[in-house]
Ligand binder design. Structure first.
Ligand SMILES: Nc1ncnc2c1ncn2[C@@H]1O[C@H](COP(=O)(O)OP(=O)(O)OP(=O)(O)O)[C@@H](O)[C@H]1O
Ligand SMILES: Cc1ncc(COP(=O)(O)O)c(N)n1
Length: 266
């Protein structure tokens, strides 16, 4: 039977990040994609000009509609800007005993716009992180979560270890913000493992975090274990960046069409 995945995230009108990136990624990785939209954003490759949040009641109805009909094999959570919305998601995921939950703690867009209110970060930590199978902070997010300054690979290991211990889940510390390479560090029950990536000279990185976390969710939905899911997701993002799509005046989106060969579907 076809495996299914749900993204709970914000819509990006320019299609490079958020719900749109998630659905493209899940499709390319061979799972049936569904969505519960937390917010509409008016944004393009140069910035976010407006955010319109769903109401907590509406988000609850979206989640009820999905979970009572087509139960997702994995769930990815991206941008959720408001405390009440976070609480609704935590309540519904517990109610339906959702599995394979990937939480991307989206805080600031590549373009610099803040995507979560200051007071919602604590709610995210207290209510959603403990439900995650894996958390996927980038380096600035891992710095916010630990209070550490992360400059080296050793720092990435220590930050991921602290976050994993605190929230009792696996942590993938993403290295896209490093200068020389693009190595990601997974801290999980068996210890830690590096996923090495050659840095691709492409300024169009809008939506890389959304894409990586959705590809991990898609692979977990297909029953791959966590390290294999990360490895396949890393391969997918490297391919999407290498395709060198160049759209828009700012940091543009990636090319999901590169996967049309079906390499990632199984
Ligand atoms: N220039 C690059 N070359 C190769 N891989 C990259 C590059 N930039 C980012 N990545 C990879 O993309 C994934 C996302 O990492 P990144 O640290 O950019 O996350 P993020 O900051 O959450 O993304 P976003 O741009 O969506 O906010 C990681 O696997 C990272 O290694
Ligand atoms: C709706 C939405 N979700 C997430 C991001 C983060 O992605 P990025 O950091 O690449 O801008 C975004 N810009 N918009």
């Amino acid at each position: 039977m076809r495996k299914t995945a749900l993204t709970i995230a914000g819509s990006d009108s320019s299609g490079g990040a958020g719900i749109q990136a998630d659905i493209k990624t899940m499709m390319a990785n061979g799972v049936y994609a569904m969505s519960a939209i937390t917010a509409l954003t008016a944004q393009n490759t140069t910035g976010v000009s407006a955010i319109f949040n769903a109401t907590p009641e509406f988000l609850a109805q979206e989640l009820d509609s999905v979970f009572t009909d087509i139960f997702p094999d994995a769930v990815k959570i991206g941008m959720v800007s408001d405390r009440e919305l976070i609480s609704v998601i935590a309540r519904k995921l517990k109610e339906y005993q959702a599995r394979n939950i990937v939480v991307d703690p989206v805080m600031v867009a590549t373009s610099g716009a803040r995507l979560i209110s200051e007071d919602a970060v604590d709610t995210l930590k207290q209510e959603l992180f403990p439900l995650a199978a894996v958390l996927t902070p980038n380096i600035p997010e891992a710095e916010v979560l630990t209070g550490m300054k992360i400059c080296t690979g050793e720092d990435m290991i220590e930050a991921a270890r602290q976050i994993a211990q605190q929230y009792q889940c696996a942590v993938l510390c993403k290295g896209g913000h490093q200068l020389n390479d693009a190595n990601d560090l997974l801290y999980f029950k068996d210890g830690y493992r590096w996923f090495e990536g050659k840095r691709i000279d492409n300024p169009n990185t809008h939506g890389t975090g959304c894409t990586l976390s959705s590809a991990i969710a898609a692979n977990l939905a297909k029953s791959y274990d966590l390290p294999t899911s990360v490895e396949r997701a890393k391969d997918y993002i490297s391919g999407a960046l290498s395709a060198m799509l160049d759209l828009g005046a700012g940091s543009g989106p990636m090319d999901h069409g590169f996967a049309i060969t079906g390499k990632y579907v199984q």
